[in-house]
Design a protein around this ligand. Structure first.
Ligand code: 3EB
Length: 350
């Protein structure tokens, strides 16, 4: 994603929103959080921790995921905005808004006697209701976490149960389904409740497919009774079009709809990189930012199923696409048993 250098058309009247508010994500060492917050120009919208403690003085939504970090000092993922932020709490839903963007978290325990499908339906209904009430009805990006993702329960894998609950709620409630589905991630934690975090907008964004992959919401039935409800990426463009952000879904070694390179972490990683590059090129075309050959500065999270594969995966990621990017390696289980690595990211033009 590079800025478009073509001259912008003259406007006769100023638009209502001249510059969209900037949303940033940074990976910050947990030990440096207080210092970082004291000097940051922007206001936190949400903090995601992978086990490191976050001081209770932080007022924005915080979500702590049992996804052990595999390399370096413990980092936090911090979402910030350059506008003042208001914090909201509605039961288990916690959100921060800035007039244009909402960042929210929702955690629901699986109740005794309730299957994951029912918990997921409950969570998504609550989530959609809350973002609508607050005035941010457009889903931009969503992350889903729960333990035992590949375990069978009542004869159906928990990931597939989750897909049924998510599909039922979104197909029924989400205006413009499935074309309005946002970029997504679903990763298995070691422990914890069903945990969601979401970015939503007062205005819609653009959702993309990957030219190398079938849309997940069009997967054939062999992958479960209800298809996974997410887009491959979501593109946010400010009105001036000089600033664009691409939210890239969890991307794995899937070509068409089939898993590739079973048992081979290095090759799965390379296939994933090819998928990411194809998606970024496709977004560049749509955004009018194509034709620039420097790699985009990005923030990527790499989910690794087996810590033993870390080195092979890191070696395969020593490619130009990531040269000026930050990468965080986390141990997590992936939604198909054979997938060993999955990569998500945010790339921006500034
Ligand atoms: C895939 O391409 C890999 O169910 O929300 C990646 C990202 C995957 C998100 C989801 C699943 C999800 O199908 C799996």
């Amino acid at each position: 994603m590079r800025p478009r250098h073509a001259p912008q058309p003259q406007r006769s009247t100023p638009p209502v929103l001249e510059a969209a508010s900037h949303l940033r994500v940074d990976y910050v060492a947990a030990a440096d959080l207080s210092r970082w917050l004291a000097t940051a120009l922007d206001t936190p919208l949400a903090i995601v921790s992978f086990g490191a403690p976050v001081p209770s003085t932080v007022s924005c939504p915080v979500i702590t995921l049992d996804l052990p970090q595999l390399d370096g000092r413990a980092q936090l993922e911090i979402w910030t905005s350059d506008r003042p932020v208001t914090v909201h709490r509605i039961h288990e839903f916690s959100a921060a808004t800035n007039g244009e963007i909402l960042a929210g978290t929702l955690q629901l325990e699986e109740e005794p006697g309730e299957d994951l499908q029912a918990t997921t339906e409950r969570a998504y209904r609550r989530l959609l209701q809350c973002i609508q009430e607050l005035g941010y009805p457009h889903l931009w990006r969503i992350w889903n976490f729960f333990p035992g993702i590949n375990d069978d329960e009542h004869g159906l894998e928990r990931y597939r149960q989750f897909c049924v609950g998510r599909y039922r709620t979104l197909a029924e409630t989400l205006h413009g389904f499935p074309g309005s589905l946002p970029a997504g991630t679903a990763v298995g934690t070691r422990s914890g409740p069903l945990q969601l975090y979401v970015l939503a907008g007062a205005h819609p964004a653009t959702h993309l497919g990957n030219p190398r992959q079938v849309q997940a919401y069009e997967y054939p039935e062999q992958y479960g009774p209800c298809s996974p409800s997410f887009a491959r990426a979501t593109l946010l463009q400010s009105q001036s079009e000089t600033h664009a952000q691409l939210f890239i879904s969890g991307t794995a070694s899937v070509v068409g709809h089939e898993s590739r390179h079973l048992g081979l972490p290095k090759f799965q990683t390379r296939e994933t990189v090819d998928n990411l590059q194809a998606l970024i090129d496709h977004a560049d075309e749509l955004a009018g930012t194509a034709g620039h050959h420097q790699p985009a500065r990005g923030r990527y999270k790499v989910y690794v199923r087996h810590p033993d594969h870390l080195e092979a995966i890191q070696q395969a990621l020593d490619v130009p696409l990531f040269a000026s990017s930050q990468i965080l390696y986390l141990q997590g289980d992936l939604c198909r048993k054979e997938l060993l690595v999955e990569i998500e990211g945010v790339v921006a033009t500034d």
